[in-house]
Design a protein around this ligand. Structure first.
Ligand SMILES: [Zn+2]
Length: 453
């Protein structure tokens, strides 16, 4: 489920009046605190001009920057003028940014080397300007990204970097000018080098994996990550963090039970949906378990549910969930115009029907075991939907919505160690049962021992 994280936006009322010159430092201003190193009354030392490092995104990823060394984004401001919408990012160090646009949904993507985001609590952007909402975060190791959803088509001028002055750090100014929709659409699309890089990354993910020596292979997929936070809980917890913690626990548990386990992500980074599928196929996974948490406008809705793939003929609620979960790549600014569009209608062949049947058996078995340790969604806890992460035709796959972060009791228990351990244990036992050899009715002389809970 998605909920946009809106960055700290300072809306200049009326005319955009420079870079916050009107804002005198005060104790409530997080930017002022940051600038002064803790107390708002001290004066910020003027940073010496630094050379601007080369833009990294076009080349191979430079890898994660050590904590404390990445440039810090300290504030963001929007100015709404008659002729343009202006976005200003204030940074501790100069960085080169690259901007490009993607259509349907219309977005502006701002790519930069890995930065550390330290923005305060955000007001909503105004509906009058070009910016509808936006979010930011790690796109992958070494690369940060901001994705801006647009109210209207724009063309983006080259980003301008200003040196520190007037008590402010380095500022990057991005101007967005209104254009006709047709012009926007003809300009939109991924730069060719980025497109190539994505397709290389996907091919690399598909490359042959080493043999596992007869062990069953399970791929654990923690939903969302990086600049896609998923849904956020009534208690402030984020889906991406919750499911990663549970995925790490489950992965460890399955390893100690003798499975060969791989994770699509083991840290807070964004992984496009097709790449998650590619990872499962690369390892020739016997099972893919994708972990998520849901959200509902009705805060009384609670309980765990499990989804398996279908061919698009979902009920309304299942379709709505598929739209939410398939949205991940849109949120992170991934190009959906290619052949591997995860939201494209899914054609299910005969081989895939067998995969779906196996997935459904796992889902039913998991629900009966999980029902002993957590609440299950009362009505129809096993549903099927066109979920992009489940489409590998040869990998049985389930997506578990662990509970509702919009429900106070669910959100609270999901944060407890006891609940997390019980749920991981129940899933691990279901995996055991799923892979237990079928009883051979021809030669069996004694009844096979029942599966132990
Ligand atoms: Zn989710």
């Amino acid at each position: 489920m998605l909920k946009f994280k809106i960055i700290a936006v300072v809306l200049a009322a009326g005319a955009f009046c420079g870079l916050g010159v009107a804002a005198a430092p005060n104790a409530d201003d997080p930017i002022a605190r940051l600038l002064s190193g803790g107390t708002a009354s001290e004066k910020r030392p003027t940073a010496p001009a630094k050379p601007i490092p080369a833009f990294q995104n076009a080349g191979p990823s430079p890898g994660a920057m050590p904590v404390g060394q990445a440039p810090v984004v300290m504030s963001a401001r929007i100015g709404e003028h008659e002729d343009r919408t202006r976005l200003v990012l204030e940074l501790s160090d100069p960085v080169n940014l690259r901007t490009f646009t993607l259509a349907n949904p219309d977005r502006v993507i701002v790519d930069m080397p890995q930065v550390s985001w330290r923005l305060g609590a955000p007001p909503q952007p105004s509906a009058n300007g070009a910016i509808k909402s936006y979010r930011y975060g790690l796109f992958r190791e070494g690369d940060s990204r901001m994705v801006i959803d647009l109210n209207k088509p724009v063309s983006v001028a080259n980003a301008l970097v200003l040196p520190p002055s007037g008590g402010f750090g380095y500022r990057v100014v991005i101007d967005m000018f209104p254009v006709l929709q047709a012009k926007f659409e003809s300009d939109a699309g991924w730069p060719a080098d980025l497109k190539q890089r994505e397709s290389d990354a996907e091919k690399a993910a598909m490359a042959m994996a080493p043999p596992t020596g007869g062990k069953k292979i399970v791929v654990i997929d923690a939903g969302h990550g990086g600049l896609d936070s998923g849904t956020s809980g009534v208690n402030g917890s984020l889906e991406k963090d919750l499911v990663l913690a549970e995925a790490l626990r489950l992965s460890q548990m399955l390893k100690t039970r003798g499975y060969s386990v791989h994770m699509t992500r083991d840290k807070d980074s964004f992984i496009p949906l097709p790449k998650r599928v590619a990872i499962a196929r690369k390892y020739k996974a016997d099972l893919l378990i994708s972990l998520h948490a849901d959200s509902n406008p009705d805060s009384s809705v609670s309980g765990l549910s499990i989804y398996t793939l279908n061919d698009g003929r979902s009920d309304r609620e299942a379709s709505a969930l598929a739209r939410r979960e398939n949205q991940s790549d849109v949120i992170a600014g991934v190009d959906l115009s290619g052949d591997n569009n995860p939201v494209a209608p899914i054609l299910i062949n005969l081989a895939q029907r067998d995969t779906i049947n196996r997935s459904s058996r796992f889902a039913e078995s998991a629900l009966s075991r999980l029902g002993t340790v957590t609440d299950i969604l009362p009505r129809q806890p096993h549903r099927s939907a066109s979920l992009a992460v489940l489409v590998a035709p040869d990998v049985p796959a389930v997506l578990i919505e662990l509970g509702y972060l919009s429900n106070r009791a669910d959100a609270a228990q999901m944060n407890t160690d006891r609940w997390r351990a019980n749920v991981a244990q129940a899933i691990a036992e279901t995996v055991d049962r799923h892979f237990a050899p079928e009883p051979d009715t021809q030669t069996a002389t004694a009844p096979k021992p029942k599966f132990q809970r």
